[in-house]
Design a protein around this ligand. Structure first.
Ligand code: DAH
Length: 344
């Protein structure tokens, strides 16, 4: 009996079935109700008590071995079979696929670009890694302006030997590139990511997105600026939204202003978003400083223009009442899913 068990053991060890049918025949042969193991146990009943002591253990081990081998082989076939089935049976239902949605910032950027497109503005882009000239100097920033400070700007020190390379702090740098490369008139919108060295919180982030606007031609006036932005606000936030301009300062515009709109959330009644004032600031703007035009080789006696810049996050917050800036970059699917119905 011992020698029989040895023979069967090596047979089982060498058994590698090609398909599930072969494996089933193996099961019937060894583990079936009329199989070899059953026979061995029958035979065991007839051996002497002395032999039983040794063979009992051997037989049980052999049975366990055969069972384990069978279930291991079966597992391998199981997954293979499923694959085959699903690739062959075309009537089986497909596995569901989640449909993504557009990011709220992309949705709002698209909407803004479309409004200005109707006024003849084209889209232009520039690099996120900028030099001092395009980000500051050409835009009339004095040498000692605080925005150039390490605390605000991420400077990049590489082995280039230059120490004036930085991540752009605003999209106004693209104005400079555009005007350097072409000739007036210019009518362009410049969207992009900008960087500032700020501690990350609900209200500030080390990067965000802006859209810059530029209009340069002969006889462009502040009235053109006001009418353009007024049209933009009516389109984006709805007819009847009020606007107001407050005097401000930017090195690259003179005069400069900040534009507020009547709070889109409480309609001017006063709420948390507008700090009970009924107004919220949405952008900075102004008439392009003649120094800037001269810096890029445009005759400031012949041409004038206006520029404006807005943060896409801010516009989006006001539209969707999002209170924490960090949500935009965390990629939490629960947050992003809320905008799925807006796929366009
Ligand atoms: N560059 C300004 C900023 O980052 C925004 C800005 C203000 C852009 C006035 C303009 C402008 O073009 O005219 O805060």
């Amino acid at each position: 009996m011992q020698s029989k068990i040895d023979l069967y053991t090596s047979e089982i060890q060498g058994f590698t079935p090609e398909n599930a049918d072969e494996l089933e025949r193996f099961r019937i042969k060894f583990l079936g109700t009329k199989g070899i193991i059953k026979d061995l146990f029958e035979e065991f009943k007839g051996v002497s008590a002395e032999e039983k002591r040794v063979l009992g253990k051997v037989l049980n081990q052999f049975k366990q071995f055969a069972e384990q081998r069978y279930s291991a082989l079966k597992e391998g076939f199981g997954s293979q079979e499923k694959d085959q089935q699903s690739s062959e049976d075309l009537t089986l239902p497909g596995s569901g696929m989640e449909i993504g949605g557009r990011h709220p910032l992309s949705l709002v950027r698209k909407e803004i670009l479309e409004i200005f497109k109707r006024l003849g503005f084209v889209v232009a882009e520039g690099p996120e890694i900028e030099d001092d000239w395009h980000n500051f100097s050409a835009l009339n920033f004095p040498e000692e302006h605080p925005a150039r400070d390490m605390q605000d700007t991420f400077f990049i020190k590489k082995n280039s030997g230059r120490d004036d390379i930085a991540l752009r702090t605003h999209t106004s740098s693209v104005q400079v590139r555009l005007m350097e490369q072409g000739k007036p008139p210019f009518r362009a919108l410049m969207p992009g990511r900008v960087y500032r060295n700020e501690a990350i919180s609900a209200r500030a982030h080390c990067f965000f997105h802006q859209i810059e606007g530029l209009y340069v031609d002969e006889k462009v006036s502040f009235a053109d600026l006001k009418q353009t932005l007024y049209y933009f606000v009516q389109e984006l936030y709805g007819e009847g939204t009020k606007v107001r301009f407050r005097p401000s300062f930017f090195p690259f515009t003179e005069p400069s202003a900040e534009m507020d709109i009547s709070c889109s959330i409480c309609k001017g009644e006063g709420c948390q978003m507008c700090k009970q004032s009924g107004w919220v600031e949405i952008l900075g703007c102004g008439m392009i400083d003649p120094n800037v035009l001269e810096n890029v080789g445009i005759d400031s006696k012949k041409y004038s223009g206006f520029a404006f810049g807005m943060g896409i996050e801010r516009i989006t917050n006001l539209k969707y009442q999002i209170k924490d800036l960090r949500l935009f970059s965390e990629n939490d699917i629960r947050f992003l899913k809320q905008f799925q119905s807006e796929i366009v």
